[in-house]
Design a protein around this ligand. Sequence first.
Ligand SMILES: [Zn+2]
Length: 277
Amino acid sequence: MKDNCQMIVHNAGGIWGHTGAEALAIKAGKICDVGFADALRDKWQADTELDAQGLLITPGFVDAHTHPAFATGRAEEFDWRAEGADYLEIAKRGGGILSSVAHVRDASLDHMIAICTLNFKRMLKHGTTTCEAKSGYGLSLESELKSLEAIKVGGERAGITVIPTFLGAHMIPSEHRDNPQVYVDLLCDEMLPAVKEQGIAKIADIFIEDGAFDIVQARQYCQAAVDLGFELRVHADQFNNLGGVELACEFGAQSVDHLEALSDAGLECLAMSDHTF
Ligand SMILES: [Zn+2]
């Protein structure tokens, strides 16, 4: 007497964690058996069968760092970079983060949702089933909330699991270039509390770098975020070492990303941290 199951998937090129197996059975939405198709058919009466056509069966990928909430692409910057332009030169030519900010501010919520949905569908198509997704191309309360809403709705429409992150501290917006502290105070006193109140993101991120936020501004931001109950992620040591890694460790950040310019002291900090980076 065979047991019933929903589906037998056969003819897989490989099954993650099961060397040599080429088929699996699914019952009540869970894998209940793994092996070879004929052996599984002897044990299970499947409602349906699926030919994996030699593809790999693997758990979904988890992408821990994405920026899906932009209004237009910046592919031309690859050409500029190939011509030798560095990050600062690209910014001078009107590219970089602030170029994305102008487009996001102009974009409707519907447009942002459409872009996020498209980006999340592309991720799913390539095997990512869970991703962390940052705002950070709005740099105003309205545009950052619009970005986070687009991330939320886009994730739902695409059918991907999304962990939203508030990255209002991605860059100083043009209108505050002459007095960045005004924007830091705005982030701490208005934007973080508003995001908290909406409950649309539980993680806050900051870009600690020359031209973005210095270590004093970052400390103020991280303290405000932690006081409001946010978890922290930090972009640090991408081009210059400003002590961002050490600050991230001090505040128990969930992750510190980039690290191309990581110092020995920063490395030691990460090694001694209780967190997994
Ligand atoms: Zn990033």
